[in-house]
Design a protein. Structure first.
Length: 273
């Protein structure tokens, strides 16, 4: 019978460079780290680790799997695979700071001619966008980087006065924020946002206490743009492979009329610049 977990551990172990871990690389009959070296790094007995590679004994705990992942210098993807092999489930989430986006990802955004698109974190911070988004969502994109947060924008009293269907938008945003931050590992930034908005916005506080959850998915957004007038956009959200803490949201004009409105905004932005 195949021993997937043991085979994976052995494969990762034998592909490591012993010298980079401070071990003498000479006089080794086999490549990589020895079993006893991995066991020592993971804080387990050599006998037990040997059994694990041989497919003997029960499944290791999450704590031991995390120590093995560190001992073998596994990537996040390899760590997830280790948990799936050992426990048939992914590991508990570890929050990762968003950072920036790659030039390739930015070029994908920029290639969209009439579709507004941005990339956001689970806390709904917008970290990248294209020129269409800058024209359609100009007030959001014009904010300073540390304030370019969709949650804060939605619960700004000035925005509420001008936003179409504010109640449904606010309900959607809070429920999705709860789901995405829980999935990514609740960060200190998320806790700060909840505390801040719970104090400043009774509406947010009530929605947060409701404990509703939902995914972003697809839908329709209605905008009352100060220059172009009403615009209807169809949106879809996409996970970014290898960047689980980031997602891309793309807004397509729903009708030829809406496309013309977006085109006008782009031409206006060019003439102003």
């Amino acid at each position: 019978m195949s021993n997937g977990l043991g085979d994976f551990l052995k494969d990762r172990r034998t592909k490591l460079d012993a010298a980079s871990f401070g071990y003498n690389g000479s006089r080794r009959r086999t490549p990589g780290l020895r079993r006893e070296e991995v066991a020592e790094r993971a804080g387990v007995s050599t006998t037990w680790y040997t059994w694990l590679e041989q497919g003997r004994g029960g499944p290791p705990s999450a704590d031991v799997l995390d120590r093995l992942a560190d001992a073998l210098a596994l990537t996040d993807t390899e760590r997830e695979h280790l948990f799936l092999l050992a426990q048939n489930r992914p590991p508990e989430v570890r929050h990762r700071e968003a950072g920036g986006v790659s030039p390739q990802l930015q070029r994908i955004l920029d290639a969209m001619e009439y579709s507004a698109a941005y990339i956001k974190t689970p806390e709904w911070d917008v970290v990248a966008w294209n020129r269409v988004a800058a024209a359609v969502f100009r007030d959001l994109m014009a904010l300073p980087e540390d304030r370019r947060n969709l949650l804060r924008v939605v619960f700004d009293p000035r925005v509420r006065e001008t936003m179409l269907h504010w109640e449904s938008v606010a309900t959607f945003v809070v429920a999705t924020f709860r789901t995405e931050t829980a999935r990514a590992g609740v960060s200190e930034h998320a806790r700060t946002l909840v505390d801040e908005l719970s104090v400043s916005s009774p509406e947010f506080r009530a929605l947060w206490r409701d404990h509703a959850v939902r995914t972003h998915g697809e839908g329709t957004k209605y905008i009352a743009h100060p220059i172009a007038g009403p615009i209807t956009l169809e949106y879809s959200a996409f996970a970014i492979d290898g960047k689980r803490h980031l997602s891309m949201v793309v807004y397509n004009p729903a009708t030829p009329h809406d496309k013309a409105a977006v085109q006008m905004l782009l031409e206006t932005a060019v003439s102003i610049s």
